[in-house]
Each structure stands twice: as C-alpha cells, then as structure tokens.
Write a protein that binds this ligand. Structure first.
Ligand SMILES: [Zn+2]
Length: 245
C-alpha cells in the first residue's frame, strides 16, 4: 500500500486486480473538535453540513462520482448487498433516508464506488473474477463469516485490510477470543486479540492468495485516525472505499 494525498486529504491506497482501494485518514476535512477533520459519518454529533462537505472533498480528491457511492447502515452483521450497473446510490451526498442495513457491498459494475465507515473496525476489500467487495468488519461480522460470504461471492484471489484497532490495544472478553478459536493459536496475547490476523487467516482460508495489510492501529495513531474506543465514542469515522477501474 502507498500513501497518497490531494487537496490536504491523505489516504492509504492499495491496488487489487481490477480494483482500486482507498483507506482514508482524518486529515484534510473541515470538521472540528472531536471530529477534526475529515469525519465522514453523519450518525455522529458532528455538523451534518461539515460531513457532507468532507464527503464532497473526498470524492473530488479520489476522482470518484459522489452521486454513485454505495453505503449501508452498518449493524455489525454479515449481510451483503449487490450493486448493479444501474443502481441508484444517493446516500453519500444526500443522507436523508437511511440506506439498507448491510455491512458488505459487492459489485461487478464500473462507475460506482462502495464505501464503509469505521473507527476501529477493519475495512476489508476483496477482488476476484466475480467482482469486488468492500466490507465493514468488526469482531461480530468476522465471527458471522462476512469475509467467507464475500470471498465466495466474488471468487476472491486478493484482498486489502485497512487500518483498525491493533493487537496492541484491542482488549476483549473471553467470548470474543473464543469466537475465533477455530483459526489456530497465536491470535491472542493475554486479553488482547489480533483482529488483523483474524481477518488475514480467514481470507487465506477462503483461498485468497495475496493479502495486503495496513497494520496501522487506529487507537495508537490519534494524529491520523478516529478511534471509537480511544475517544470513548465521541469521534468521527474514516472510510474504506473500493471501485472497479
Ligand atoms: Zn494500538
């Protein structure tokens, strides 16, 4: 992955076969205080006008069409939504009506982007002959097999795992660690779980040959990232975005 920037906005970029994937940081937006500055989540106490301006600037920086950015109302589930070539995607610039409750998006179409929001959870992109997927992966979604479902749908051969809370900071209860006991040893150190490695092992087990990882902890790096846990819920959202070129 490589760092890129445009107009003050900084993001981490990965190339997958057929797809471009961007993981945003908090840099380059106009939101203030706890939401400084590129907060992309409207379901926060940030000013909605600021979030929409941030979204507009991000679309411009990435060179994507803001009127065609697929999003869901994220519920830590494992449901996937397929977006066809003619699908209407107004929520990014006009978040009036709630989008569908879904944590993963798939497409084979060009001209539309898929976006998930995160602030500790992992944004994960997959690509294969059957299309491209963008997933919001917290431990519940991972335990609910969102990666396996998306990988099967697109026949994934490559994937990119974005920034999220790292093994340095992700203290969990026993039931969370146990949810991944089938993935083999070495995922936990004390009470801390390595969610990056959970995602990697799941990807590899489904047949993904190449996994690119950011290995950047959102909790540790307050200059770059929002972190729900570090900021005790009063924080913004960064994004993972994927589209077929
Ligand atoms: Zn950390």
């Amino acid at each position: 992955m490589v760092w890129r920037q445009s107009g003050g906005i900084e993001w981490l970029e990965a190339s997958l076969p057929r797809a471009r994937v961007c993981f945003t940081t908090r840099k380059g937006g106009i939101s203030q205080h706890s939401y400084e500055s590129l907060n992309l989540g409207v379901l926060t106490d940030d000013e909605r006008a600021s979030v929409l301006e941030n979204r507009r600037r991000l679309a411009e920086a990435l060179g994507i069409d803001g009127r065609r950015v697929a999003m869901g109302r994220q519920v830590h589930g494992s449901e996937l939504q397929i977006h066809g070539p003619g699908s209407v995607e107004p929520h990014y610039l006009d978040p009036g009506e709630m989008p569908r409750e879904v944590d993963g998006h798939l497409t084979t179409a060009t001209g539309l982007s898929m976006l998930v929001l995160a602030a500790d959870c992992l944004p994960v992109a997959l690509s294969g002959p059957g299309g491209v997927a963008m997933l919001h992966c917290g431990w519940r979604g991972l335990a609910g097999s969102i990666i396996e479902r998306a990988a099967a749908s697109v026949g994934a051969t490559e994937a990119a795992v974005g920034p999220g809370i790292g093994p340095c900071c992700y203290e969990v209860g026993e039931e969370v660690a146990e949810a991944f006991s089938d993935l083999g040893p070495g995922l936990s150190q004390g009470d801390n779980l390595d969610l990056w490695e959970v995602a990697s092992r799941k990807l590899k087990r489904t047949g993904v040959e190449r996994v690119q990882r950011a290995d950047l902890c959102t909790f540790c790096d307050s200059d770059r990232f929002f972190s729900h846990r570090r900021d005790r819920g009063i924080t913004g959202r960064q994004a993972g975005i994927a589209w077929i070129e």
